[in-house]
Ligand binder design. Structure first.
Ligand code: NAD
Length: 500
């Protein structure tokens, strides 16, 4: 099929693909007239059927040996490796990220699948001692049951795999609802699961917007909700789940990350780290830096070098690997970013680069860069913008830098640029974050590390390798090899009347 032929959107429930329906289009943000495909909005009935299908499949999937489950991921890895270029192309067309970034994301998804396969033969618990020599005791992780996977558009391949991988390996089954902005990538991923031989009902696919997500969350048959997206939606999902005390919600949400450039920083490295943190993926990573804190002794020089470099960045066609980054995701995003640019002006920003819309046919924005002294309560320095919007903020000393760093309700990622190991340690221990970097940008992840944040950024169940804890619960199992019952703590086994 030509890449220009729109994809026929369909959903997967209990191993059967639905007839394609055209409820909403997926459009390329680079050319809003280009339709990537037409997709259905799942009905409430389809949502219930998908959860029921996952429940039924759970009964046999949890009986499958863990190693057999892991081997399905081995097959999946071969398919992702086979289709890497096609997947990257589809992703670049659908979400507008540069093709080089899309390829890296497919590789990250592949790494997650390889990690899951590799952990299939690793321990699932531990043997512990018992007070009594004839008893064996162990801990084991067990799957919860049905997992709902609700994901954002900006990492449409890797983020679902961070969640589906550990969930399915551990014996859970899943209902997956990709973002309505990237349904084609979500559907392609599920097609690969089917081709890899995952049994019917283990992975189910629903398309649609927030209403479909909410219907899924309201279903009490869902044991765990794995959510990645904005804070407002994450909070709503946690509120909806509050009446289900046996429900676990793992929510990875937004950020207002920062790079801190200390007085002893390597200057060129600090500029590169700042530019990549602020503008890679057009500032649309959860970990994108909205703030660069610069020691006052370097501030003027840093602002000049940063602006000169930012001016040279090329935001253009996602399929041209020579471009630095692409458009923002949709018209709503343009409106939001321009709104924050205007807010910054009214809050007293000294504007150095006047970010604006640069195309009528695509969702392109140029970078908005401003200088601002930190003061408490300034919204543009505290709230997530999720676009090319960057504040340069001077600080006096490390205590001041740490205080400014923590003056936001988010705590996702941070980077400190310094040559001093004492300073590095200070920032490591006193900043609020989930992922910290030294002499690097505050973006970039590897799947064997937990990916998550604190405060409004996450509720303590990090993704990728960190997710195994959330998709399983720990049990203990004790076996008596003796011929009589003896209890721990000297508890008597005498039954009334025995002594008579
Ligand atoms: P979003 O919150 O708008 O949507 C995320 C998903 O939630 C989508 O699938 C959407 O359909 C669904 N949804 C919306 N309303 C819902 C509801 N009421 N109930 C259930 N589901 C609902 O986010 P987005 O615009 O797709 O992605 C951008 C956001 O995601 C940013 O805030 C970014 O920081 C965050 N993000 C976080 C991480 C992380 O790991 N912390 C990673 C990537 C993106």
């Amino acid at each position: 099929m030509s890449v220009d032929t729109p994809i026929a959107g369909r959903m997967l429930v209990a191993g059967t693909w639905s007839t394609p329906r055209d409820d909403f289009p997926s459009r390329s943000p680079a050319h809003r007239d280009t339709v990537i495909g037409h997709f259905p909005n799942a009905t409430a009935e389809e949502s219930r059927t998908a959860v029921d299908a996952a429940r039924t499949a759970f009964l046999s999937w949890r009986r499958t040996s863990r190693i057999q489950r892991a081997e399905c991921f081995y097959s999946l890895a071969q398919l992702i490796a086979r289709d890497t270029d096609a997947l990257a192309l589809l992703m670049a067309r659908e979400c507008g990220k540069n093709i080089t970034e899309c390829r890296a994301e497919v590789v990250e998804g592949l790494h997650m699948v390889q990690y899951v396969f590799a952990t299939g033969r690793m321990p699932i618990g531990e043997i512990v001692a018992s007070e009594l020599p004839e008893k064996d005791a162990c801990t084991r992780r067990k799957p919860w049951g049905v997992v709902a996977v609700i994901t954002p558009w900006n990492f449409p391949f890797a983020v679902p795999l961070w969640m589906l991988g550990p969930s399915l390996l551990e014996g859970n089954t899943a209902v997956f609802k990709p973002s309505e902005d990237t349904p084609a990538v979500g559907q392609k991923l599920v097609e690969l699961f089917v081709e890899a031989g995952f049994p019917a009902g283990t992975v189910n696919l629903l398309h649609g917007d927030g209403r479909v997500g909410e219907e899924l969350v309201r279903n009490p048959g869902v044991n765990v909700v794995l959510f990645t997206g904005s804070y407002d939606v994450g909070r709503r999902i946690q509120e909806l789940s509050a009446s289900m005390p046996d429900r676990l919600v793992a929510a990875e949400m937004g950020g207002k990350s920062a790079v801190v450039v200390c007085e002893d920083a390597r200057f060129d490295l600090a500029v590169t780290a700042g530019i990549l943190s602020a503008f890679k993926t057009t500032g649309q990573r959860c970990v994108s830096a909205g703030r660069i804190l610069v020691h006052e002794s370097l501030f003027t020089r840093y602002c000049e070098a940063f602006v000169q470099t930012a001016k040279r960045l090329r935001f253009g066609d996602p399929l041209d690997a020579a471009n630095f980054a692409g458009p923002v995701i949709h018209e709503g995003s343009i409106e939001k970013v321009l709104g924050y640019n205007q807010l910054a002006r009214t809050e007293g920003a000294d504007v150095l680069l006047n970010g604006d819309r640069t195309s009528e046919t695509g969702c392109y924005l140029s970078p908005f860069v401003y200088r601002m002294e930190h003061q408490p309560g300034i919204r543009c320095l505290r709230e997530e913008v999720f676009g090319p919007h960057l504040a340069l903020i001077p600080f006096r000393d490390d205590d001041h830098g740490i205080a400014i760093h923590n003056d936001t309700e988010y705590g996702l990622s941070m980077a400190v640029i310094t040559e001093s190991y004492r300073r590095m340690r200070l920032y490591r221990d006193e900043c609020d974050y989930g992922m910290g970097y030294v002499n690097l940008p505050c973006i970039g992840a590897e799947v064997h590390l937990p990916f998550g944040g604190v405060k409004k950024s996450g509720n303590g169940h990090p993704s990728a390798a960190g997710l195994i804890e959330a998709v399983t619960h720990k049990t203990s199992w004790t076996v008596n090899h003796g011929t009589e019952i003896r209890m721990a703590q000297g508890l008597t086994t005498t039954i009334v009347g025995d002594t008579a």
